[in-house]
Design a protein around this ligand. Structure first.
Ligand SMILES: NC(=O)c1ccc[n+]([C@@H]2O[C@H](COP(=O)([O-])OP(=O)(O)OC[C@H]3O[C@@H](n4cnc5c(N)ncnc54)[C@H](O)[C@@H]3O)[C@@H](O)[C@H]2O)c1
Length: 690
C-alpha cells in the first residue's frame, strides 16, 4: 500500500499519510506528499485540501536513521514549497505528537486544527540541530517571537490548549481527524475565511521589529543551559534574528545551511546516539515486550530517608498509592514531613498546585510496622546500607509479602544475589537503584540478579518508565555500573589534589568539559561523611578527604568541605585553608607538585573510568556501551552532547586512550590504569565501543 493516499471528499481533496508506527517522515513519505499536493493543486475540481495521517499521530518527526546519510530528493523544503504553491486553502489536522519536520509541514498550511491531547514540538535542539525546513521562520510569524524562541530553544512540546492560545492552531476538534478537517475546511470556505500563509504574515512580529534590543533579550532569555551542545543554540538564536531582519526566502536559505552544517557536527551525532541508546536500553532480547508483567497497583517503600522519601514521591506523582514504612513513629513523621516540604517547595515555585500537593500527600500512607507490606504489589527497600539489616528485612518480607509481590532493593553497593538468598523466592528479587534526589534524577539502574525472573525484570522496567525514569538493566557487582566507574574517578581526584591541583581547578576542568558541576562540589553537596564512613569500613584511605572530615568539614551541611559556603549559601568558594591542607599533605608525603592543564585533568579523571567501563562490558555487567552512556548522561551529569563516556572515548580515539592509560599506569603505579583487554583489542582493530 502507498504510504500517502490522495482521495476526494466531494469538492475537497484528502491527503492521508499512513506510515506506521508514528508516520515518521522518510523519502517515500516526502515523495508521496509531493505527488499528492501537486495532483490536488492541478485538479480544478478541488477547492481545498485536508492534510492528515492515519494511525495514532500526525507525522512525529523525521526518521532519525536517515540523518547523516546522503540526502535523497525530494527534501522537506521542496514538499513545503508544493504545499504553499497549491493555491487553495489547506488545513493540517494534528493529533498525537506532531514533531520536527512533521510540524514544519503543517506550518506551511493555511490552517491547523488539533485534537485535545496533541503535543507539538520542534525538538531539533535536543539532537544538536535547529529546524531545517522553515520552522524557525514560520513559527515566529504564527505565535510571535517569544513563544517561538521558547519552543525552538527548549525543544519541549506544547499542549493543544497552549497551541490554540498562541495561535499555532486555529481550533481544537473532537472525533475523527479526516471528518474534522473536512468540516473545518467547508466552514472556512463557506465563511470566506481569509487563508493566509505563515510566510505572508507580519502581524505578530511587527512590534518586536521596532525594538531589536528587546527582541534580542526575549530570545536570549529562552536559551536553556546545557541543551543542544556548543553550536546549535547559537544557530537557533541567529535564525530567530533573521526572522526579524531578513526577507523570508533569504532567511530560509540561511536556516537550511545552518541545519546542514549542524547535522555534520560531532555533538549532533553524539546526541542522536544517546537518543537511540535510551530507546534501546529497555529492549532486551530475552525479555520480549509482551513478557508477562505484574500489575502494580500499590507500592510499599521501606525507609523514608533521603532515598525512600524521593522514591515514594515518584509513585505518588503518577497516582500510585504508596505505603511508607519506617522503623519508628518519629522517623516516619520526619520522613513524611520532608516529603511534604519538598512538595510545598515545588508548589511555591509554581510547579504544582495546592490541590496537587494534597492529592499526592493523600496517596501516601505512613506506617511504622513492616507488616504493612502485605497488600503491596511492589516493595522497594531503602533502609541503611547495611547487609545484615537488609538480610533480616528480606527474610521478614519473604513471610509477609503477597506471593506474587516484587521485592526490590535500592542498595548502591551490596550484593543483590546475597540479599535474594535471604528469601525463599530469589526470582522475585530485583534491584531498583535510584539516584539522588530520587524524585528528580531520571536514571534507574535496574539490577538483574542471578535468579531474577523475566516477568519481574520486565515489570521493574515498565514501572520505571511509568514513573518517568530511564531504566537501564545492569548485572550484579559492587557499585553496579555507575558507581563502580565513579569510584575510579574519585581515586583520581584525590591523586590530582596531591600531585598539583586545587579543588577549583579539578572542578573547572570538568565543567569546561560540560559537566554541570565539578566532582568536588558534588561531594560537598552530598556530604563527605558518606565516603569517609565507607573508607573506614573497608580500611581505605584518602589523606585529604579524611582530614577534611576529621576537621568536621563535611560539605555544604556544615558550611565547609572542599570549599567554604558563606552564611548558608550553596555557592562554593575556594578556601585558603583547604589549599594549606593540600600543600602540607603533599609535602609530608613527599609528593612533588606540578601544574596540570585542563586537558590533562580531564584525561586523568575520565580515561580510567572509561577503562573500567570496558571491563564492565567484558564481564557483561552492562549489555552494551550505549547502556553505560545512558547511565552516565542521566545519573551523573555527563554532557549528552558528548554522547556519554564510551561514545566520547570512541570519538577521541581508542588507541590514544590506550597510550595515555599506559602512561598513567606508569606515573601512578596503579595497575588498574593499564588498558583493559577489550580496550586494547578494539583499539588494535580500529573499532569503536558501539
Ligand atoms: N543517598 C544516596 O545518594 C543513595 C543513592 C542511591 C542509593 N542509595 C541507597 O539507598 C538506601 C538508603 O539510603 P539513604 O541515603 O536514603 O539513607 P538514609 O539514612 O537517609 O535513610 C534510611 C532510612 O531507613 C530507615 N530504616 C532503617 N532501618 C529500618 C527498618 N528496619 N525499617 C524501616 N525503616 C528503616 C531509617 O530510619 C532511615 O530513615 C541505601 O541502601 C543506600 O545505599 C543511596
Amino acid at each position: 500500500m502507498a504510504v500517502v493516499d490522495l482521495r476526494r471528499e466531494g469538492e475537497l481533496a484528502v491527503i492521508l499519510v499512513d506510515h506506521p508506527p508514528v508516520n515518521a517522515q522518510n523519502n517515500a513519505v516526502r515523495a508521496g506528499l509531493l505527488d499528492a499536493f501537486r495532483k490536488a493543486a492541478a485538479d480544478n475540481a478541488v477547492k481545498g485540501i485536508v492534510f492528515t495521517c492515519a494511525g495514532r499521530t500526525f507525522i512525529a518527526g523525521s526518521d532519525l536513521a536517515e540523518f547523516g546519510k546522503v540526502a535523497q530528493s525530494p527534501e522537506t523544503p521542496e514538499v513545503i514549497a508544493a504545499i504553499e504553491k497549491a493555491g487553495k486553502p489547506t488545513v493540517a489536522v494534528l493529533f498525537g505528537t506532531p514533531m520536527g519536520g512533521g510540524l514544519e509541514l503543517a506550518l506551511a498550511c493555511h490552517f491547523r486544527i488539533a485534537a485535545p491531547g496533541t503535543k507539538a514540538a520542534l525538538p531539533e535542539i535536543k539532537h544538536g540541530l535547529i529546524p531545517g525546513a522553515g520552522g524557525t521562520q514560520r513559527l515566529p510569524r504564527l505565535v510571535g517571537l517569544e513563544k517561538a524562541a521558547a519552543m525552538i530553544l527548549s525543544g519541549d512540546p506544547i499542549g493543544a490548549q497552549d497551541a490554540l492560545a498562541a495561535g499555532l492552531v486555529d481550533e481544537i476538534f473532537e472525533g475523527d481527524p479526516v471528518q474534522a478537517g473536512v468540516a473545518f475546511l467547508r466552514r472556512a470556505l463557506a465563511d470566506k475565511r481569509p487563508a493566509t500563509l505563515a510566510r505572508e504574515r507580519d502581524d505578530k512580529l511587527a512590534a518586536v521589529k521596532g525594538d531589536l534590543k528587546k527582541a534580542e533579550e526575549l530570545i536570549a532569555a529562552q536559551v536553556k543551559r546545557g541543551r543542544g551542545g556548543p553550536r546549535a543554540p547559537g544557530k537557533a538564536v541567529q535564525a530567530l534574528r533573521d526572522a526579524l531582519e531578513l526577507p523570508i526566502d533569504k532567511a530560509l536559505e540561511r536556516e537550511r545551511a545552518a541545519f546542514l552544517e549542524l547535522v555534520e557536527t560531532p555533538e549532533s551525532s553524539a546526541l542522536r546516539h544517546v537518543f537511540f541508546a535510551e530507546r534501546e536500553a529497555t529492549r532486551l532480547p530475552d525479555v520480549p515486550a509482551e513478557a508477562k508483567t505484574h500489575e502494580v497497583k500499590r507500592v510499599a517503600v521501606i525507609g523514608a530517608g533521603t532515598m525512600g522519601g524521593g522514591i515514594a514521591m515518584c509513585f505518588a506523582n503518577v497516582g500510585i498509592p504508596v505505603t511508607v514504612i519506617e522503623a519508628s513513629p518519629e522517623a516516619l513523621k520526619k520522613g513524611l514531613a520532608t516529603i511534604e516540604k519538598n512538595y510545598r517547595i515545588s508548589a511555591a515555585r509554581g510547579g504544582l498546585t495546592e490541590a496537587d500537593v494534597e492529592k499526592r500527600m493523600g496517596l501516601l500512607t505512613g506506617v511504622a510496622d513492616v507488616a504493612a507490606v502485605a497488600d503491596a504489589d511492589l516493595i522497594i527497600e531503602a533502609v541503611f546500607e547495611d547487609m545484615q539489616l537488609k538480610l533480616d528485612l528480606f527474610g521478614r518480607l519473604d513471610k509477609l509479602a503477597k506471593t506474587d509481590a516484587i521485592l526490590a532493593s535500592n542498595t548502591s553497593y551490596l550484593d543483590l544475589d546475597v540479599i535474594a538468598r535471604a528469601t525463599s523466592r530469589p526470582e522475585s528479587v530485583v534491584g531498583m537503584h535510584f539516584f539522588s534526589p530520587a524524585n528528580v534524577m531520571r536514571l534507574l539502574e535496574t539490577v538483574r540478579g542471578a535468579k531474577t525472573a523475566t516477568g519481574v525484570l520486565a515489570t521493574a522496567l515498565s514501572v520505571g518508565r511509568k514513573i518517568g525514569k530511564v531504566p537501564v538493566v545492569v548485572g550484579v557487582c559492587p557499585g553496579f555500573v555507575g558507581n563502580r566507574m565513579l569510584r575510579l574517578r574519585g581515586i583520581e581526584v584525590e591523586r590530582l589534589l596531591l600531585e598539583g591541583c586545587l579543588p577549583q581547578e579539578v572542578d573547572g576542568a570538568l565543567m569546561q568539559f560540560g559537566f554541570p558541576m565539578g566532582p568536588l562540589a558534588v561531594s560537598d553537596m552530598g556530604g563527605l561523611d558518606i565516603g569517609y564512613r565507607s573508607r573506614k569500613a573497608s580500611g581505605l584511605k584518602a589523606p585529604i578527604a579524611d582530614q577534611l572530615c576529621e576537621m568536621g568539614r563535611l560539605g555544604q551541611k556544615t558550611g565547609s568541605g572542599y570549599y567554604i559556603y558563606e552564611q548558608g549559601s550553596r555557592t562554593p568558594k575556594p578556601d585558603e585553608e583547604v589549599e594549606r591542607i593540600i600543600l602540607k599533605t603533599a609535602h609530608d608525603m613527599g609528593v612533588k607538585r606540578r601544574p596540570f592543564t585542563h586537558q590533562e585533568i580531564q584525561e586523568r579523571l575520565l580515561f580510567p573510568m572509561i577503562n573500567e567501563g570496558a571491563r564492565i562490558l567484558e564481564e557483561r555487567i552492562a549489555r552494551c556501551a550505549g547502556d553505560i552512556d545512558v547511565i552516565w548522561v542521566h545519573g551523573y551529569g555527563f554532557p549528552a552532547w558528548r554522547g556519554g563516556p564510551m561514545f566520547y572515548a570512541s570519538d577521541t580515539g581508542l588507541p590514544y586512550l590506550c597510550e595515555r592509560l599506559t602512561e598513567f599506569a606508569a606515573q601512578t603505579g596503579d595497575e588498574r590504569h593499564k588498558p583493559s583487554p577489550l580496550l586494547r583489542k578494539l583499539a588494535g582493530e580500529g573499532k569503536r565501543f558501539e
